[in-house]
Design a protein around this ligand. Sequence first.
Ligand code: AMP
Length: 415
Amino acid sequence: MPFQALGLAPALAQAAAELGFTQPTPIQSAAIPAVLQGQDLLATAQTGSGKTAAYALPLLQRLGQGGGHTPRRVRALVVVPTRELAAQAGEVIRSLAQHLPSQPKVAVVFGGVSINPQMMALRGGADVVVATPGRLLDLVEHNALRLSAVELLVLDEADRLLDLGFAEELARVLALLPAQRQNLFFSATFPPDVQTLAGTLLQAPARIDVPALAMEDAVILQQAYRVDTTRRTELLRKLIKTQGWQRVLVFVATQYLADRVATKLHQGDLYATSFHGGLSQGARQQALREFKEKRWDVVVTTDLAARGIDIEQLPVVVNYDLPRSAVDYVHRIGRTGRAGASGLAVSFVTPASEAHWRLIEKRQGLSLPLEVLPGFEPKEEAPPASPGDGGIKGKRPSKKDKLRAAAAAAARQPD
Ligand code: AMP
């Protein structure tokens, strides 16, 4: 079995096979042997690369080599930025552990829900804890767990952790860990703050770069449609109907718009719902579960869902509002065409957002024809260039400023 050839125990290889993992993905082939040897790891990897199993499999094997769990001591700690990712990673780890002769105890903890059941679950200790940083610290303060025996630390989506403002919490968590441990560091991007964090954590790490989702990658077909701001919902409905799209993830700029677009589509004859940070944790988990179970045709969301959420083989992603940055564009379209499946990513370009679209294209080295669906020829005027574009000496707007201004202009447009 190919997974066994990487040095994994038969029980782990069997569990991987049962999840449909017949061949290791490139990150798994590179990471598993290095982690099994006890090396630190620095990996550039996107969600969709198979990174969860890349750390989960060798982590489980290494735990199996050590002693049993001690009360309130954690042996492996996986820190993730979002609740959804915590739940997802926990599920993958449990599935992969199912055939091990001695079952590790896996606890998943995140904020936004009552702390008591999590405290109960941690009674008697846990071998693996998957956690968001804030709740992890709360639990430490409640004396529900101790981090002084952690042998293995995984930071998953380190860039996202810092983006979400978790730097301080992360520093507090790190200070609670023993100096002697193995560290696995995953990040989709490597801006300077992430590099600094990696530098302080890792010792002579094995370095793995799985190429970012390549724009030229044929498995994701990208299209852009020109449309008036006020007619986007109509165009979306039309495309879903005429192209026979099923299970569409639609990105909008605000939570308000997510609810509004979902409601409008639902008033038509589409099963549409919204998914965003303004919903209760229960409602979010339910929406995600039901989408995975294919009960919804359309989920309208904000960038909250752009990273870390694994919905298998999502066929279509629509940028109803353009993302703020080129990097977000990559993350959004990465929700489709996953693990080798083909996908379609469609962007709506309004007269007001065209300049912003050009910047995204330029940053990605893309050049897509702007298509117009007959009957949807745009009539709106492009807004005048913002005052900042005037080229005042010493005040030339940076690319970032321009992206921000264009995104702000796009977000101001009501549908
Ligand atoms: P991840 O990057 O961990 O979020 O994984 C992305 C998707 O790839 C998930 O749906 C996994 O179930 C799937 N996956 C992970 N490893 C493999 C593999 N070796 N073969 C096929 N699918 C995989």
